[in-house]
Design a protein around this ligand. Structure first.
Ligand code: BES
Ligand code: ZN
Length: 634
């Protein structure tokens, strides 16, 4: 546990102190960690909420540091290596339990001696517990293993023509265990070092201190000094280049995209400065961005020091940088103060959407952030509608995902209901007080897990200690109740209202297409217009819009997506070739689900299945999981 003491890298004193207190646990007491009894006491004090999605028993024995040595084999599609962990154990610990999912365990050792191990039965989503007997005082456990070629976290993108192959991982929520045996629970943190061998000609990158140039022999070393949970472990290997865009910020991308990426994200450092100005010193040193292949199933993933992002946010005009603001905000909400279990996911995402909007407001102004908030409100109302009847409990902020895939919690509830709840608190107590409170919250719980109940207790003794304020907010309705409570803050954006009025007039035939101010509209306005077109908009009217605006040729993938969804619903066939090529190239689930669903709902299943058949081999498991179900694929 002492490795943190040697580090002189942390810029904020508060943060440095927090790391020493909290290197692995929730309520860790400020102890001298060197004496056994102090350690035993601390472990006893580390009672933490139970994570139903991990087999680990951190109160008995837990990992505190990882030393990873691995070889990436593109031909076999495997990662093989040894994960050596420094561990801390309770006085009576008899075993240490790891999470694994479709890993082949080749052998283990405890303190350098070959050891026994046993693998429990596989459980849906969770995989198999790996249990290693240990004796009192054990310090190091090493596990030699190989991952499965079909490992869910990994996407192997084949070489094509003169394009090099690419590999990336996506560990959140519980997929880290498909490429490394680990205690895969967001409440368990560890620092790490790694040595990784990739094929010559590729650069390897991790959620750690990274190389900035290709190493001819394909060997790379990494160091992550701050303790992180397993879902933030990340690896990528590809032919990427590095380009500085600021003092602490750079982008990595394949040669074809590096110039465009450097321009698109040229304002990253400003976002970082704005974020620090709001809620305190950035704790991770550098903030870089890696542009992944288009098959990446998400928009972005907040891997510490190196956000992973889809290339679909490169629009050419910096219009989609809110996503970077979002992932950057996770450097506080999520990566510093971490949801203790996946039932508390809203603590990660709700705060992050709130923080994202504040960064956007600081850098681009309130008008822009309110447009974004208005779109988020619409998304939320639609989502509540969609899941309210199916599974009303899934509209609570606090979830109950036991026995389910934690991925089920990734809905607009965590994000946008979470956002509006936090915004309500801000509006209730006033921004100045709220901001001071939030900075304090991040500093107090830095490098710790946070669960909903503990958060509520904290709120009640801090921000909402006054009974009138507490009653006005109505915590229980928001956190433990369904849908959207009546005191949900209202958002209004005059520009979005104008779009709505223009759309209504256009649909009523009161204005012509030529009169619509498309060219004056920014992305949010265009998106609003297209995504709110009536489902039964005629082919003639779609043709008019397309002729006027050449929407199929836009560089903004959000606008293109909204357009193609409407094209499917309207049966506007000129857009179909673009739809098909888009679905084959892009694997971002947020786009795939509505597009395939639109085909399904409009009796165009033949087309959906024909496209899916071609596209599926290129998608990540996170996307095929959802699409297989949607399209009843087997
Ligand atoms: N951490 C999430 C992505 C995630 C959540 C992956 C749950 C796996 C399980 C990331 O920060 C995120 O929210 N990404 C969003 C973008 C954002 C702007 C809303 C996405 O990818 O769409
Ligand atoms: Zn997020």
């Amino acid at each position: 546990m002492n490795q943190y003491h040697h580090s002189g890298r942390f810029s904020g004193l508060l943060i440095a102190a927090a790391i020493m207190l909290a290197s692995c646990a929730d309520q860790a007491a400020p102890n001298d960690s060197t004496t056994p009894s102090a350690k035993a006491q601390r472990i006893a004090a580390m009672k933490q909420v139970t994570d139903q999605h991990s087999f680990a028993r951190p109160e008995e024995a837990r990992i505190v540091h990882l030393d990873w040595s691995a070889r990436i084999d593109f031909d076999a599609r495997t990662i093989s290596g040894t994960a050596t962990y420094d561990i801390e154990t309770a006085a009576d610990a008899q075993r240490i339990v790891f999470d694994t999912h479709e890993l082949t365990i080749e052998g283990v050792s405890v303190d350098g001696q070959p050891g026994e191990f046993s693998l429990g039965d596989a459980q849906p989503f969770l995989g198999r517990p790996l249990s290693i007997p240990i004796s009192t005082g054990a310090k190091k456990v090493a596990i030699q293993y190989t991952s499965d070629p079909g490992a869910d976290a990994l996407l192997w993108v084949e070489a094509q023509g003169d394009k090099a192959p690419f590999l990336f991982t996506q560990s959140q929520a519980i997929l880290a265990r498909t490429w490394i045996p680990v205690q895969d629970s967001p409440g368990i943190r560890f620092s790490y070092d790694a040595d990784v061998q990739v094929p010559e000609g590729l650069m390897a990158l991790m959620s750690a201190e990274n190389p900035t140039a290709m190493n001819p022999d394909g060997r790379y070393s990494f160091k992550m000094e701050q303790p992180i949970p397993a879902y933030l472990l990340a690896l990528a290997a590809g032919q990427v280049e590095y380009r500085d865009v600021g003092e602490r910020c750079a982008v990595y991308a394949v040669p074809e995209l590096i110039d465009a990426a450097a321009y698109e994200f040229g304002e990253m450092e400003q976002l970082l400065l704005a974020a620090e100005e709001l809620y305190g010193t950035y704790a991770w040193d550098r903030y870089d961005l890696l542009i992944l292949p288009a098959a990446f199933p998400f928009g972005g993933m907040e891997n510490p020091r190196l956000t992973f992002a889809t290339p679909t946010i490169i629009a050419g005009d910096r219009s989609l940088v809110a996503l970077v603001a979002h992932e950057l905000a996770h450097s506080w909400s999520g990566n510093l103060v971490t949801n203790a279990t996946w039932d508390d996911f809203w603590l990660n995402e709700g705060f992050t959407v709130y923080f994202e909007q504040r960064i956007m407001e600081a850098v681009y102004g309130r008008e822009t952030s309110e447009m974004l908030a208005t779109l988020s409100y619409q998304g939320l109302v639609d989502e509540v509608d969609a899941i309210q009847d199916l599974n009303p409990d899934d509209t609570h902020l606090k979830l109950h995902l036991q026995g389910r895939n934690p991925d089920d919690g990734m809905t607009a509830i965590a994000y946008d209901k979470g956002y509006f709840f936090i915004r309500l608190m801000e509006e209730t107590v006033g921004r100045a007080r709220f901001d001071a409170w939030l900075s304090d919250y991040f500093a107090t719980y830095a490098f710790k897990g946070m669960d909903t109940e503990r958060f509520v207790d904290y709120l009640k003794t801090t921000l909402l200690s006054d009974p009138t304020t507490l009653a006005a907010v109505n915590l229980d309705a928001w956190i433990y109740g369904p849908g959207l409570p009546p005191n949900c803050p209202s958002v209004s954006s005059p520009r979005i209202q104008n779009v709505d009025a223009a759309l209504a007039a256009w649909e009523a035939g009161e204005t012509s297409t030529a009169d619509l101010p498309w060219n004056d509209w920014v992305y949010q306005e265009r998106y609003r217009f297209l995504s709110n077109l009536a489902d039964d908009t005629s082919v003639e009217r779609m043709t008019e819009l397309d002729n006027a605006w050449e929407i199929g040729a836009t560089g903004n993938n959000e606008i293109l997506f909204a357009w193609m969804e409407q094209a499917v619903r309207s049966g506007y066939q000129p857009a179909y070739p673009r739809l098909e090529s888009f679905l084959i190239e892009v694997g971002r689930r947020k786009f795939l689900t509505p597009l395939y669903r639109a085909m399904k709902e409009t009796d165009q299943m033949d087309m959906a299945l024909a496209i899916y058949k071609q596209a599926r081999p290129g998608y990540h498991a996170v996307a095929t999981g959802t699409m297989d179900e949607l399209l009843s694929w087997d």
